[in-house]
Design a protein around this ligand. Structure first.
Ligand code: NAD
Ligand code: UGA
Length: 449
């Protein structure tokens, strides 16, 4: 069967928009990306990637060369002939109340309304509150009453650092359509089915549902994972008090398929551009609907407290004070394989340590540059482990980058003023480190050899 080449537009060339655009292009679609940030757009037009995501540079440059991927600043140049227009702009927390800030989404809807001339499906890829797709339809109808269009909700589930794999081989695709609109709903479903044809072929589960369920499914998934993390972090704290070992406990739990072995790794508190903001947004949505999600409220509170209190733990482990002490920090980003600093646990921890008089030496394999505007000027940045650890009173592992997994205890003893290692990602075996003469602290595991 001959495959008709489909053209789509992606509004927003950030973490989600750019990855999704590149993956759709890789599947053979023609994709136009609209990006309003001039720095991002200029990099993209020159084939340079403004964010760090493994494999994305090659995917983007290959698809630019194949003429399947193009970048625009003006929406009117991008949308002619497009069957679907995806909105993948930011939905950060709104100042003051924690609701998702819908300014960018609504602006994008208005721009579409002002310039779209042919039938298209307007698809929300951003994570948005329930009711957003219908609000987008309303904005378009008010501005361009004669336009024939449908709306759909297609939330994105990719993880930064694994984004290409997640996009090319997702666990599932969720598509919300206006189920009540008989013929039009079918038309939108047909367009979305055609776009996701390559995934149908690889037997990815695709769930067609109504708009509200698709919008809510995204928050529901992120908040469930956030609850899992807060629970495991609190269990780790309990282990420290009563002598348990969180590693054995999560292994035991994870062997039950009803629980699953993923997302049971304790840490300094979850960060990133999504879990903190999405927990807050669902909490607000649910409160306003009179159906509070108290477990999500507790998970978010526990995580905020954890990130704040983590510096207190570090200070205690440094003998009760870090005043005039040199602290080496390995890892600044909220997780490895990304340059994203949004809501990273490193931010409150480093701010507090500096307030308490510590000298901070930091090294992140990719994140040094993006971290600088967010951290106090006093932080010194380094490009390797040795220079960071040199003369330090303590070394803290904040992000589990692969290159931090083979530290040599002997080298640390040689380089550091005192060999205190605080491993907030549990990447070392405590017994080995302690037997090698390192004062080693990790999360929720016995601190003795
Ligand atoms: P981002 O800030 O990296 O990217 C958004 C981009 O949209 C920016 O480059 C911005 O300049 C651009 N933009 C804003 N308004 C525009 C307009 N009118 N026209 C063209 N470009 C415009 O954000 P992100 O991390 O990609 O997140 C986007 C959405 O996807 C959010 O709702 C987020 O919750 C959701 N999401 C993010 C991830 C992730 O891992 N980052 C994963 C799943 C879902
Ligand atoms: C998360 C979800 O995993 C994605 O499915 C979702 O699409 C995305 O949010 C989103 O909506 O933006 P992401 O934030 O990129 O993806 O990264 P995760 O791997 O989920 O990590 C989030 C945070 O949890 C990180 O700070 C990480 O260190 C922490 N984490 C994760 C743990 O502390 N322990 C774990 O076992 C897993």
């Amino acid at each position: 069967m001959r495959r008709v080449i489909v053209r789509i537009t992606m509004i927003g060339g950030g973490y989600v928009g750019l990855v999704s655009a590149a993956c759709f292009a890789e599947f053979g679609l023609n994709v136009n990306v609209v990006e309003t940030n001039p720095d991002r757009l200029n990099s993209l037009k020159q084939g340079m990637i403004p964010i760090y995501e493994p494999g994305l540079d090659i995917l983007v440059s290959n698809n630019i060369k194949a003429n399947r991927l193009q970048f625009f600043d003006k929406i009117e140049e991008a949308i002619p002939d497009c069957e679907a227009i995806f909105i993948a702009v930011g939905t950060p927390p709104r100042n003051g109340d924690g609701h998702a800030d819908m300014t960018y989404v609504h602006q994008a809807a208005l721009q579409i309304a002002q310039h779209l001339k042919q039938y298209a499906v307007i698809v929300t890829k951003s994570t948005v509150p329930v009711g957003t797709s219908r609000r987008i339809a309303q904005i378009i109808r008010q501005t361009n009453p004669d336009l024939e269009f449908d709306v759909a909700s297609n939330p994105e589930f990719l993880r930064e650092g694994d984004a290409i794999q997640d996009c090319m081989k997702p666990d599932r695709v969720i598509i919300g359509i206006e189920k009540e609109k008989k013929d039009q709903g079918k038309k939108a479903q047909a367009v979305m089915t055609r776009l996701y044809q390559p995934l149908f072929q690889q037997e990815t589960p695709i769930v067609f549902t109504n708009l509200e369920s698709a919008e809510l499914a995204k928050y529901a998934s992120n908040c469930f994972l956030a609850m899992k993390l807060s629970y495991v972090n609190e269990l780790a704290d309990l282990c420290e008090q009563v002598g348990g070992n969180i590693e054995d406990i999560t292994k035991s739990m994870g062997l039950d398929p009803r629980i699953g072995r993923y997302f049971l790794q304790p840490g300094p508190g979850f960060g990133g551009s999504c879990f903190p903001k999405d927990t807050l947004a669902l909490i607000r949505i649910a409160q306003e609907a009179g159906a509070p999600v108290r477990m999500v409220e507790a998970a978010a509170q526990a995580n905020d407290a954890r990130k704040t209190n983590m510096s207190g733990r570090i200070i205690n482990l440094c003998g009760g004070s870090v005043n005039n002490k040199t602290i080496a920090i390995l890892g600044l980003t909220f997780k490895p394989n990304t340059d994203d600093m949004r809501e990273s646990a490193s931010l409150p921890i480093i701010h507090r340590l500096i307030e308490e008089g510590a000298h901070i030496k930091a090294f992140d394999p990719i994140g040094n540059e993006k971290a600088q505007p967010l951290l106090p000027k006093a932080v010194q940045y380094f490009e390797n482990i040795k220079d960071t650890a040199l003369n330090a009173d303590a070394l803290i592992i904040l992000t589990e980058w692969s290159e931090f997994r083979s530290l040599s205890p002997n080298k640390l003893k040689e380089w550091m003023k005192s060999p205190l290692v605080i491993d907030l990602r549990n990447i070392y075996d405590p017994k080995t480190m302690i037997n090698e003469g390192i004062h080693y602290y990790s999360i929720g595991r016995p601190q003795k050899a």
